[in-house]
Design a protein around this ligand. Sequence first.
Ligand code: C2E
Ligand code: MG
Ligand code: MG
Ligand code: MG
Length: 288
Amino acid sequence: DGLADLVARFSPSAVADQMREAQYSFSLGDLRRAVAKRELVMHYQPKVTAHSGVMRGVEALVRWQHPELGLVAPASFIPMAEEGGLIDELTDFVLETSLKQLREWHARGLTISVAVNLSARSLSTPDLADRVAAVTSRIGIEPKYLLLEITETAVMSDLALSLGTLARLRLKGFGLGIDDFGTGFSSMQQLSRIPFTELKIDRSLVHGASEKPHLHVMLQSTIEMGKKLHLTTVAEGVENPSDWQLIRLLGCDVVQGFYVSKPLPGDALATWLKQGTQHLRPPRPSMG
Ligand code: C2E
Ligand code: MG
Ligand code: MG
Ligand code: MG
């Protein structure tokens, strides 16, 4: 039985669990409790027009307010939620919370839209489009104010499987954004088959583009491709005025990034807006 014990302890799944715990310093059980106890919180990051810095919408980004670890970033628990079968519950929480926040903003005359991230796993859930439509109508938001972001790699990993869900969402009137674009290998032909409305260019192509000619070229052709496909083009990861200026000159529609604002809790975002967005005006091109 010593051997059996050893085999059990070092079975692939047990090793995977140990690695996960070591890596994350929390367990799937902790995360399950956090989702159930509503320890998850939403932050919202503005998306503003590249031309004049007017706020168009926000992206909803989930965080875990952990009692000991503090605010935990989504990259360290979303994969665990996906593997552990918690992602649908998490997505439902994110949708519900973000749409209620949006209803509050709309009631105060701020008619912006909200973008929610969907994981690859949710796309293969057959009833996703119906669930999204149900929560949106229950909270009283028109579909055009909700945009769903899906990463390029998630969509392309199983295009046949995702396509049905994405088409149903689009037919119901929701916006569809392709996220982190430029990190995968999708072709324009593949992209044109999916009813996307927005193209979000990954920050690896955006950050430092004003100083790096090879990024400049890729950025330019990506923006052009987005325009040819009639998509709203968004540059993420704008951290400095010179990148914003380049992006604006290349004709990109929307910018998002720390230079504009970090993701903020809902009430902090309202305060930020009240202060006025004059400071948001993009830098003018320098002369000479
Ligand atoms: P994403 O959807 O590409 O979101 C943008 C990420 O870039 C956010 O990280 C945001 O804080 C960060 N970011 C924004 N501006 C800048 C910038 O100027 N510089 C840099 N370096 N980073 C910037 P965050 O919040 O840590 O989220 C990471 C990823 O986790 C998201 O990437 C998204 O894929 C995933 N995620 C976040 N919330 C959710 C959610 O509710 N559901 C699902 N399924 N995934 C989520
Ligand atoms: Mg996103
Ligand atoms: Mg992104
Ligand atoms: Mg990302």
